[in-house]
Design a protein. Structure first.
Length: 329
């Protein structure tokens, strides 16, 4: 966390410009748009995606073309998905504060999310880079596809690891990948560098989601900033469950399945069921297996950056990679 704060301080001027652009564009005729947009910015967040885009751009060229419009667009896409996700998941806490749907309502959150998506595309057009526009527009559709796949596979205990990784690429990793790749495209770098940054972002995003899925079981609300056990109570089958179920004996397979089914049959959160599923994951070392997979992607991501010369920008990208694997929030 200390390194992340150092990076935020290092990019203070860049991130201030990104926030200025977001606030400038997040204003419609309805004052509700401004209220909810300001609520999102005030609620914190580490701005990981715009930071990645800015660092990637500077890695490719320390005097990079202005990356702020694209960084703002990436953050707006992310913010729009958060508004929509909190409605779908019926979440009431994010980053330690009430979600927009909890303060206003679901309709307002969905409509303002749609608005943020639209202004993100306005910002993409500003730089007149067709490859970046194509990349970010495709990333947006892949994200929506990932969310639908997750919905389709909700409570599907037989989901494969392969399908899980398809889902998390769509819902999380594709925007990380698009952010870092955009930094290379903005500076018209050669294809090997574009590909390296694309893959670095993808591997980083996969790590980020794996750790997110682990923290949903292992963290606490104060650290994580949102309700703990949401994935279990919402019937989402994530990597800790997938791995544990595949390793379990027949009796424990039935127990895991029954716990998930019982959970879906009640509107109340049964903490005893959550404790039981946690014990079963620990019994089969599901969390340790998740971390081993995340470390594999970390090694791949380190290799992705090996074609770039050492610099403060490369160092900070690697710091974000290390943070993503060890984070507690």
């Amino acid at each position: 966390m200390k390194k992340i704060q150092e990076i935020i301080t290092f990019l203070k001027d860049d991130l201030s410009k990104v926030d200025e652009i977001i606030l400038e564009f997040s204003v419609g005729k309805s004052p509700l748009i401004k209220e909810i947009s300001h609520h999102l910015i005030a609620s914190g967040g580490k701005r990981i995606r715009p930071i990645l885009l800015i660092l990637a751009a500077k890695l490719c060229n320390s005097n990079s073309k202005n990356p702020h419009n694209l960084a703002a667009a990436v953050e707006l896409i992310h913010s729009a998905t958060l508004l929509h996700d909190d409605v779908v998941d019926a979440s009431h806490v994010r980053r330690g504060k009430k979600t927009a749907n909890a303060i206003w309502d679901n309709k307002a959150s969905i409509l303002v999310g749609d608005y943020l998506f639209s202004i993100a595309f306005q910002l993409m057009v500003r730089d007149k880079n067709l490859r970046v526009l194509d990349l970010l527009s495709k990333a947006s559709s892949v994200m929506a596809d990932g969310e639908v796949m997750q919905l389709e596979n909700s409570s599907n205990i037989a989901i494969s690891q392969e399908k899980y990784f398809d889902i998390i690429f769509g819902k999380t990793a594709v925007l990380f990948s698009a952010a870092t790749e955009s930094g290379a495209l903005l500076n018209e770098r050669p294809e090997p560098e574009i590909s390296a940054l694309r893959d670095f972002g993808k591997n980083l995003g996969i790590i980020f989601q794996i750790i997110d899925d682990v923290l949903d079981y292992q963290s606490n609300q104060k650290d994580l900033g949102k309700d703990i056990g949401n994935d279990f109570f919402e019937g989402k089958i994530t990597l800790p469950i997938i791995i544990s179920y595949n390793l379990a004996n027949e009796n424990d397979k039935k127990n895991i399945k029954n716990l998930l089914e019982e959970n879906l049959m009640t509107s109340q959160k049964d903490e005893n069921n959550f404790a039981e599923i946690l014990n079963l994951i620990n019994k089969y070392k599901g969390f340790e297996a998740c971390l081993l997979l995340a470390q594999k992607y970390q090694n791949d991501a380190i290799q992705n950056l090996s074609i770039f010369s050492d610099s403060v920008y490369k160092e900070y990208l690697l710091d974000i990679l290390n943070y993503s694997l060890s984070r507690k929030t």
